[in-house]
Design a protein around this ligand. Structure first.
Ligand code: AMP
Ligand code: MG
Length: 399
């Protein structure tokens, strides 16, 4: 199979990533997950008529005098017991239940307080003022969170406010990472001749943590055919999405695609007409997904943002694309290779988008300074300063 176009590759990734089964669990175990069915309030909220201020509660139509006697108090969590007679009032604090026989609260700033009574202007009373009525936030049986909503802190607070402690969501997928390469050393161990540090393991873990996903495992394996095969076999069984880095190209030690195929993974595509990240492999097996990401770190991260994020988002019940797309004038000229869609590290600002230096796929220096990827179409080879280009903003990829 020859290299596929970027649009086709993304479409294939999304097609192969249907939302996962649901899971029921405690609210705090599902932060950021997508609610799979409408949630109804089991109760009225507030559960009783409540004072919105510190003041005095009475029945509005019963107040004709300026001097009103105070017959008791109602404090949040300690309601007044009994009924308040016409022409009298209770001291009431914010959040406290309105006693029977009252319908209105006057703010303490609007009265003069004397011992055992208050002085007010009866013409200044508006019935129902400063009262949060029962069910005014939501009524019993009302849908308060729609299927497809995200469990944000506010959504979790809302559910807790009506007494819900558990919820049903689309299960977050588990993601495993396999890093291949004889040359790789873990920081901060000293480097042997010819060795380099493994950055992909750290970087992919961080990229997942950014989306509140703790990788199920991060395994390192040497470029040994049988070690790769047995490691991948076990890895495939222990996660929903496997991210492999390195060994997917055409070098002598690039065993990953053949090992995956002999383990029953069906190749959806191998090689995409893009730069960086051309050797990208994507396959599926019995409900699981595998990305063979090229070894070079900038390729890994570009493929993560362009393909892995849409995959994980779709599996999680979210809309596929995480980055915000925008258009901006490019603040410098660039040359790219004909036939390859190019993703350039860029810095988007108020004047436009600056293509950063050091675009080679083994370098992360400018990626660390980038806030977007500039997309240059496969048909273009030269883009002059001032041309309006498409930009994928690398902010809030998981919201
Ligand atoms: P490969 O696709 O395995 O041939 O790797 C391509 C390039 O990426 C080589 O220069 C590798 O040394 C480098 N590379 C592979 N894996 C990693 C890694 N985990 N961290 C940093 N560089 C890597
Ligand atoms: Mg390698």
């Amino acid at each position: 199979m020859s290299a596929v176009r970027v649009e086709e590759a993304l479409e294939r990734v999304i097609e192969c990533s249907s939302p996962r089964a649901t899971v029921h669990g405690p609210l705090l175990s599902l932060v950021g997950c997508i609610v799979s069915a409408d949630v109804q309030s089991p109760t009225n909220s507030p559960p009783f008529h409540q004072s919105a201020v510190d003041g005095y509660a009475f029945k509005a139509t019963s107040i004709n005098e300026t001097h009103i006697s105070i017959v008791g108090s109602s404090v949040a969590g300690m309601p007044y017991v009994g009924s308040v007679g016409d022409g009298s009032c209770v001291r009431i604090l914010t959040g406290a239940e309105l006693p029977a026989g009252t319908d209105t609260v006057i703010m303490q700033e609007d009265v003069t307080c004397t011992i055992g009574s208050i002085v007010l202007d009866p013409d200044n009373i508006e019935q129902g003022s400063n009262v949060r009525t029962r069910g005014s936030q939501c009524k019993e049986g009302e849908v308060i969170l729609k299927a497809g909503s995200k469990l944000t802190p506010a959504a979790i607070g809302l559910l807790a406010s009506v007494g819900i402690s558990e919820v049903t969501c689309i299960a977050p997928p588990s993601i495993g990472i396999v890093i291949t390469g004889n040359e790789l050393t873990q920081p901060p161990e000293p480097l042997a001749p010819g060795a380099i540090y493994d950055s992909n393991g750290y970087m992919l873990t961080a990229a997942l943590l950014d989306g509140r996903i703790e990788p199920a495992f991060v395994v390192h394996v040497k470029d040994d055919e049988s070690a790769i095969s047995s490691t991948l076999q076990e890895a495939l069984m222990n996660c929903d999405v496997l991210l492999v880095t390195g060994g997917v190209s055409v070098g002598d030690y690039d065993y990953v695609p053949t090992a995956l195929s002999s383990l029953g993974v069906s190749k959806q595509f191998h090689k995409v007409m893009q730069r960086p990240g051309k050797p990208l492999f994507f396959g599926t097996h019995e409900g699981g997904i595998v990305f063979g990401l090229p070894g070079n770190p900038a390729s890994v991260l570009t493929c993560f943002y362009e393909y892995v994020v849409p995959c994980i988002r779709t599996l999680s019940g979210m809309t596929p694309v995480g980055f915000r797309s925008s258009m901006a004038p490019i603040l410098g000229s660039v040359k790219t290779k004909l036939g390859l869609k190019t993703f350039l590290k860029g810095r988007l600002g108020p004047r436009g988008v600056e293509p950063l230096p050091d675009q080679e796929s083994y370098k992360l220096t400018s990626f660390a300074d980038a806030n977007c990827l500039i997309v240059i179409e496969a048909e273009d080879t030269e883009v002059n300063a001032g041309t309006v280009v498409s930009v994928h903003e690398l902010v809030d990829l998981w919201s």
